[in-house]
Write a protein that binds this ligand. Structure first.
Ligand code: GDP
Ligand code: MG
Length: 834
């Protein structure tokens, strides 16, 4: 039973003003997937009774079993909606995304391709960690939020709190969200406040499939009161109390005789709900009939025979269906692509703001150059992936020849660029794909055949001079790794192929091979890795099992002082000499580089100014940064401090090459460097280029990087999670004892107002986090639930060269694991004598 055809959908894709692209975002378990069912059901894809139970967007078997969403899923739906007496068709592209922090990269990918976010909050639990994280991401991407105050059936059935308490709970959630919105206020987007009176809040229950806005009730009561709905709606929220004696609305909650009055929201909305729920649960048919009649609610003869929750659902679904309220809020409050792209273009496009691509994105022009951003790959069958993304300008057609620009593509260069035809354009419909000829801008779609060229994400365009659409920034980092190997060597090719597919299917995970041939998978945390490994074996290797190492943590190498001596190294032919020193980079500068604010593509003059003013750099040095590393953009720098050395400029390539190598595998234990600045102090070079080719230059330069690192009091940085743990008050003791055992540091402990819960925030070294969830559950009788997200890098205290120190042990065990000689090298081993 489908209410619309693909042809109808396609037709509406051209009606740009009537499109809404929306992600559903929330903390895990707050009810996103259940709610999305309500919308899918309304569009006619699943039956009315099933809605709320199927979770059609949880397409994977493990998602259905675990009851959590792991991958984000897209679906395009068509609805008719009446606005100001006019019926019109709307196309809504919805993405349901996972709520667990380990999968936040999926959320990032979802937010990128949508213009609005339906923020779902469990009204009993309130605004949680992940609600904040995803909302923050949405706001920085200029995605406009609306609110679903979800699970209000819990207030009515479980908590039995009174109507006024319920109001206070709702008010608190709205305030919490508005605090965040105010923090990220962005002038260009205009008013963003969440306010029931403005009509951007739905109150309801995904499970029972009902929902309402204040407008809905204002319209209902308007004739009773003889007040226009627009006026009445303002009385239904905030401090507005109806005084039956004076028959007037007033701002205070007591009448002239000192009698307590009820606020509008309580008296006219919550109380009738309580009566209905109460009458049904007590099976008081007389009372029920009376209120059904009063509120003008109709149910069928068949539904009359229902009892308890089933009857609740039938009554509420008939009366105030969730989908209607959601559609109203989505259509009226979220921007169409035409509206949103006007302001999103600045944060999306990396090229000049007046080139044809920028203009076409700004105007959402279907006839302009094609600009499409691929945000993730979704499995199409056992071997292939479809590239899912958003058309920001132009129209993408089956068969058209395009430029596929990966994240490392630079304007005017040829790296990470493929010019190929698009095999097919398809629509993403939850559990299946539907072929179409073309898709115009303002919509999401999938492309077949792109997965051969783009790994995870990228820009697709038909305009030769196009710059990339900005690469997504993730709020999580792949700091936990496992090494995998096949159980039998015959399966090695299968493993290699499987890893390639895994790298595609997940927006975040990083696959690499170490020098010793070890295959390594890096992910955000234990759960993320567990899912990656499951996908790898079950889906990408056809059930072949692999041997998995214990999880290991990524560390970084850094320095804490300026090198105690200048490092000197000679080329093998002895004709060239390099002199170098290392020193630590400012912490804040390192972060700015990691966030991409300071990058090698930035205008040299502007960057120089920043370095001088903000970080007290010497003005001459600030203009002589040679390279960033690793990957040409990492948080380590090479600066030329030499004076008038002949031919040095001609050797720059060798310095870059050696740096790419050294900065990704440092001298201590082959881990990535972080926060080191290398200064080239001096050099003597042979006049003849033939004597200073890469083979002569790269080895001594690398030795110099290593020696200067080792001379500069090197240290190990370990990743630290911010763990946020919610639990009942009486379980807090268990949390503290768990944290103590694991070098955890409590940052804050706060009661969650309106609930019997407390929230503990603590720093937890990633290396101590394995098994933390299980341990915590054991210590708190299963009552505490943690979410860990990478927060920062922290120096491990102690001298790495001191045999009795903790970092010394860590470095040695890493060396051992990697098959390196156990002794930590000293700077002297890398230097030559004059
Ligand atoms: P998600 O993790 O945000 O996608 O949440 P799900 O939709 O998977 O729902 C999580 C759990 O909450 C499931 O057990 C649902 O049955 C339950 N749930 C969802 N919506 C409601 C609701 O409106 N009321 C109540 N009481 N439970 C709900
Ligand atoms: Mg879900």
């Amino acid at each position: 039973m489908v209410n619309f055809t693909i042809a109808q959908l396609r037709e509406h894709m051209g009606n740009r003003h009537n499109i809404r692209n929306m992600s559903v975002i929330a903390h895990v378990d707050h009810g996103k997937s259940t709610l999305t069912d309500a919308l899918v059901q309304k569009a006619g894809i699943i039956g009315q009774q099933q809605a709320g139970d199927v979770r059609i967007m949880d397409t994977r078997q493990d998602e259905q079993e675990r009851g959590i969403t792991i991958k984000s899923t897209g679906i395009s739906l068509y609805y008719e909606f009446e606005l100001a007496g006019k019926r019109d068709g709307y196309l809504i592209n919805i993405i349901d995304s996972p709520g667990h922090v380990d999968f936040s990269s999926e959320v990032t990918a979802a937010i990128r391709v949508t213009d609005g976010g339906l923020v779902v909050v469990d009204c009993v639990e309130g605004v949680s960690v992940q609600t904040e994280t995803v909302l923050r991401q949405a706001l920085t991407e200029r995605v406009r939020p609306v609110l679903m105050m979800n699970k209000i059936d819990r207030v009515l059935l479980e908590l039995k709190s009174d109507s006024e308490e319920a109001y206070q709970k709702f008010q608190r959630v709205i305030e919490d969200i508005n605090v965040l919105i105010a923090t990220y206020h962005d002038e260009t987007l205009g008013e963003m406040e969440i306010n029931p009176v403005q009509g951007n809040v739905v109150f309801g229950s995904g499970l029972h499939q009902f929902g309402f806005t204040l407008r809905r009730f204002a319209a209902f009561y308007s004739s009773k009161f003889g007040i226009p709905a627009e006026v009445l709606v303002k009385k239904l929220w905030g401090d507005n109390f109806f005084n039956p004696k004076t028959k007037k609305w007033q701002k205070t909650d007591t009448d002239e005789d000192g009698k307590k009055l009820k606020r509008g929201f309580v008296q006219y909305i919550m109380d009738p709900l309580y009566v209905i729920f109460g009458a049904i649960m007590d099976d008081n048919r007389e009372k029920l009939d009376k209120i059904l009649n009063q509120m003008d609610i109709k149910i069928t003869q068949e539904q009359r025979a229902y009892k308890e929750r089933q009857l609740v659902k039938a009554v509420m679904q008939n009366w105030i269906p969730a989908a209607d309220a959601l559609l109203e809020v989505i259509i009226l409050n979220l921007p169409s692509p035409v509206d949103s792209q006007k302001y999103r273009v600045e944060t999306l496009y990396t090229g000049p703001m007046d080139d044809p691509c920028a203009n076409a994105i700004r105007n959402c022009d279907p006839d302009g150059p094609l600009m499409l951003y691929v945000s993730k790959m979704v499995p199409a069958d056992k071997t292939r992936f479809n590239a899912f993304g958003r058309v920001f300008s132009g129209t993408v057609r089956t068969g058209m020849k395009v430029r596929m620009q990966g994240p490392n593509f630079l304007h005017g260069k040829k790296e990470d660029l493929y010019i190929k035809p698009i095999q097919r354009v398809v629509l993403y419909m939850g559990r299946k794909f539907e072929a179409v000829d073309d898709v115009p801008c303002g919509n999401t779609c999938c492309l077949v055949g792109v997965d051969q060229y783009l790994t995870k994400s990228g820009t697709i365009t038909d305009y030769e001079d196009a710059y990339n659409i900005a690469t997504m920034k993730f709020s999580v980092s792949p700091v936990v790794r496992v090494a995998v190997e096949p159980k039998s060597m015959a399966d090695l090719p299968k493993l290699v192929e499987g890893l390639k597919r895994l790298a595609k299917s997940d927006p975040l995970c990083v696959i690499s091979t170490s020098d010793s041939g070890e295959h390594v998978i890096a992910g955000a945390g234990e759960l993320h890795l567990e899912i990656c490994l499951k996908d790898l074996q079950d889906d990408f290797m056809g059930g072949t099992q692999v041997k998995v190492s214990d999880p290991v943590v990524q560390f970084c190498e850094t320095v804490t002082k300026t090198s105690s001596q200048t490092a000197l190294a000679k080329s093998p032919n002895k004709h060239n000499r390099i002199y170098m020193e290392a020193e630590p980079l400012d912490d804040e500068l390192v972060e700015e580089i990691e966030k991409g604010y300071i990058n090698p593509e930035k205008d040299a003059k502007e960057m120089g100014k920043d370095l001088v003013n903000k970080y007290n750099w010497d003005p001459t040095d600030s203009r002589k940064i040679w390279c960033f590393g690793p990957d040409g953009k990492g948080p380590n720098l090479v600066v030329d401090k030499s004076k008038a050395v002949q031919y040095l400029d001609e050797c720059k390539d060798s310095f870059e090459q050696a740096f790419a190598w050294a900065s990704s595998k440092g001298a201590l234990c082959d881990e990535t460097m972080r926060g080191i600045r290398f200064n080239v102090m001096d050099a003597t070079l042979h006049p003849d280029t033939i004597h200073r080719g890469a083979a002569q230059m790269v080895p001594p330069i690398r030795s110099c990087y290593f020696a200067s690192e080792l001379f500069a009091s090197p240290a190990i940085l370990e990743p630290v999670f911010l763990a946020e743990i919610t639990s009942p008050q009486d379980a807090v003791g268990g949390i503290y004892s768990c944290l103590n055992k694991r070098r955890g540091q409590v940052v804050s402990e706060e009661p969650r107002i309106g609930t019997p819960l407390v929230q503990v925030k603590a720093y937890l070294p990633v290396m101590e986090s394995f098994g933390f969830t299980a341990d915590l559950r054991a210590h708190t009788s299963g009552q505490a639930f943690p979410q860990c997200v990478f927060d920062h890098w922290q120096e491990m205290s102690g001298d790495v060269f001191d045999e009795s120190s903790k970092p010394n042990g860590v470095v040695k065990s890493i060396r051992k694991r990697k098959g390196l000689p156990e002794a930590i090298p000293k700077g002297d081993q890398f230097v030559d004598r004059l």
